[in-house]
Design a protein around this ligand. Structure first.
Ligand code: CUA
Length: 166
């Protein structure tokens, strides 16, 4: 003790210090990967349902003749819609007041979204994914339904109309 450290001892101490720092950085990255993985694993199922953009208009649920409001055999009211630059199909959606209405929508070209007036009906529409939610319109009336995700030069002119019938 009391003897001056040799250059070798100094180098060993420095290397040990740096190995602790590198170990801490690796541990931090591993924790970040685990936390991010758990976060995505716990996302709601609306992000998981996928649809093929290339065949969307040719076959399956979102062909043009199948869009709009239908009363399903099991009694549910379902609205299917597609967003594209720069319109919604259909342009006018009629729904009944006071009962649950399920929206199912997707987008063909860019990320779009919509909100129905001042109600809580609000979602993003992402190409390749089916967005779905169920809501209830309490009051009869008419709402504007604008696209609320910037989707290009025609974004501000992209909107539809929702009529809530008594
Ligand atoms: Cu579609 Cu903005």
């Amino acid at each position: 003790a009391g003897e001056p450290l040799s250059p070798h001892d100094v180098a060993v101490a420095a290397e040990r210090r740096w190995s602790y720092i590198v170990g801490a950085v690796i541990a931090l990255l591993v924790v970040m990967m685990i936390v991010t993985g758990l976060h995505w694993a716990s996302m709601p199922p609306s992000r998981v349902e996928t649809v093929d953009v290339k065949t969307l208009h040719l076959k399956g649920e979102f062909v043009e003749g199948n869009l709009g409001t239908v009363l399903e055999p099991d009694g549910r009211v379902v609205v299917r819609l597609v967003a594209q630059q720069y319109s919604f199909v259909p342009q006018c959606i009629v729904v009944p007041a006071g009962m649950p209405v399920t929206f199912r929508g997707t987008a063909v070209d860019a990320i779009h979204g919509f909100v129905v007036g001042t109600t809580n009906a609000n979602t993003m529409l992402v190409p390749g994914f089916v967005a779905t939610f169920t809501t209830r319109f309490r009051q009869p009336g008419e709402h504007l339904m604008p696209c609320h995700e910037y989707c290009g030069t025609g974004h501000e002119a992209m909107w539809a109309r929702v009529q809530v019938w008594p």
